[in-house]
Design a protein around this ligand. Sequence first.
Ligand SMILES: Nc1ncnc2c1ncn2[C@@H]1O[C@H](COP(=O)(O)OP(=O)(O)OP(=O)(O)O)[C@@H](O)[C@H]1O
Length: 227
Amino acid sequence: MTDNRQPVAELIDVTRSFTQGDITIDVLRGVNLTIQPGEIVALLGPSGSGKSTLLQALGLLEGGFGGQINIGGTNTASLDSNGRTKLRKTRLGFVYQFHHLLPDFDATENVVLPQLIQGTSRDEATARAHGLLDALGLGQRYEHRPSKLSGGEQQRVAVARALANRPLLVLADEPTGNLDEATSEVVLAQFLELVREQGSAALIATHNERLAEKMDRVVRLHEGILS
Ligand SMILES: Nc1ncnc2c1ncn2[C@@H]1O[C@H](COP(=O)(O)OP(=O)(O)OP(=O)(O)O)[C@@H](O)[C@H]1O
């Protein structure tokens, strides 16, 4: 069980450097960030400032980070690889700039699959998928494969997939960066509404100051430090 009083995520003095040949770049130089339950945080920073790297730290997919990363009160350093995978699949949802949907599956199946992996029954998973797709205006697109959907529709399906298991924290990397401005605003508004409705927290990397203003809090990454 998750303790609702616990922050959903804490980064304590997190560092990350990359070495390429003779050159070492210190991308994260001691990042501190606490995200409370249900809080939606915008992550701003110039290109190359380390926004994706910071999201990767919380996504628990890659190693190489210094400092401490807690998710839902668990210090992730205390987990083995199975424990991290379980935490990632049960507690986190991901939305990327490009949708990464499974091309051979229709919209419903793309949202159903992560739920089946968690042991949800097919009927329940399908009902949940349809509910999310309806809320995102895709009630007429259940059986469309990604190649038959527009870019904005593909991103909406990706949003539904990320929220399917009601994650504690949604990590989104430029979730509307690939869409035109008007579509981007609509998709982001629907995304935020659903995240709020189900009480998830979110950390959303964006270049767009105007979109960031729609979130609860804005943090900025500059020269490896968050402010
Ligand atoms: N695997 C890697 N190996 C070497 N350097 C890397 C690696 N991943 C990222 N970097 C470097 O880390 C820095 C930060 O990259 P990152 O993708 O986190 O920035 P970003 O803020 O998300 O940028 P953008 O807004 O352009 O997507 C960049 O200078 C990049 O070259």
